[in-house]
Design a binder for this molecule. Structure first.
Ligand code: ZN
Length: 294
């Protein structure tokens, strides 16, 4: 239950539950640290971590992630030095913190360290390539792609899916394979252009550079063609007006897509529940439950 609350961005409720357990076990501490990690809370994470007598690797990584996401980047990086067998996972957590804090310099140098440590992971080339992209260093972005290609590594492609009447509909970036593709794109353009309250849609995302998706792949495509937008709009078109639209994505949302789904939820008057690898986002009336931090 605490883990569920953590994934839905309700850390206080999750921590209240854990406090009621007389002797929390490893799973309880995991759920509590997860709540701190998802919601970027450093102080409660520190207090919890000190209580764990024999921390497991997943506790250390979540603790590092909570610190990094709360902006305590130096403390998180120090954990990588203290737990050398977990350096890869902790450095990834530090890069995530750099993305939120907008620390492009540290993000890039950490991504360089990560690639040195683990040169056979395609995702690391994407991370470092995206860190270079965030600084506008496109030649280095291309070099990272070449290096990955030469090693025969293939970065995973971002995709989103939605289940309707027992059938799973999968969408990739710029997908035109779906039979209702034209209608979906037309509706996406209409909803995103609809006048709604709140701020204008964001068109750029300097910090997406550190997200684990190929920023170059998305750069080549307008926001309306991103996989999660296609899946959400298909859900809006294919379900009753009062139904919740549930979509899953295999990668983190980019900032322009997050803003676009907020607009779609408001313009269409629909509630959207989107799960990414980190958490659930509840979009309602043009707002998201994550408070725009993920
Ligand atoms: Zn959100």
């Amino acid at each position: 239950m605490a883990h569920g609350l953590a994934l839905h961005g309700r850390p206080r409720a999750a921590l209240r539950l854990i406090r009621r357990i007389p002797r929390p076990d490893a799973a309880a501490f995991y759920a509590a640290l997860k709540a701190c990690h998802v919601s970027c809370l450093a102080a409660p994470a520190r207090a919890l971590f000190l209580r764990i007598r024999d921390p497991r690797p997943e506790h250390v990584v979540l603790f590092a992630g909570a610190l990094a996401r709360a902006g305590q980047l130096a403390e998180a990086a120090a954990l990588a030095a203290a737990h050398r067998h977990l350096r890869v996972e902790i450095l990834r957590a530090v890069i995530d913190g750099c993305r939120i804090a907008g620390d492009l310099q540290l993000g890039r140098s950490t991504a360089e360290q990560l690639l040195e440590l683990d040169p056979l992971s395609a995702d690391n080339y994407v991370l470092l390539g995206n860190a270079y992209a965030a600084q506008g260093r496109w030649k280095m972005v291309e070099k990272m792609r070449e290096m990955a290609r030469d090693l025969g590594l293939k970065p995973s492609k971002a995709c989103s899916w939605i289940e309707l009447k027992g059938k799973v509909h999968v969408f990739a970036v710029g997908d035109v394979a779906h039979p209702r593709s034209q209608r979906i794109r037309w509706e996406a353009r209409r909803l995103m252009a609809a006048p709604v309250g709140g701020s204008d849609p964001e068109t750029g995302d300097g910090l997406a550079g550190f997200a684990l998706h190929d920023v170059d792949e998305e750069r080549e495509c307008v926001v309306g063609g991103h996989s999660e937008i296609l899946a959400v709009v298909f859900g809006v078109l294919s379900t009753p007006e009062t139904a919740l639209v549930r979509v899953t994505k295999n990668a983190r949302l980019s900032r322009p897509c997050h803003s676009a789904i907020k607009r779609i939820s408001e313009a269409a008057g629909r509630e959207v529940l989107l799960r990414d690898p980190l958490r659930f986002h509840h979009f309602r009336h043009g707002e998201c439950s994550c408070g725009d931090v993920w």
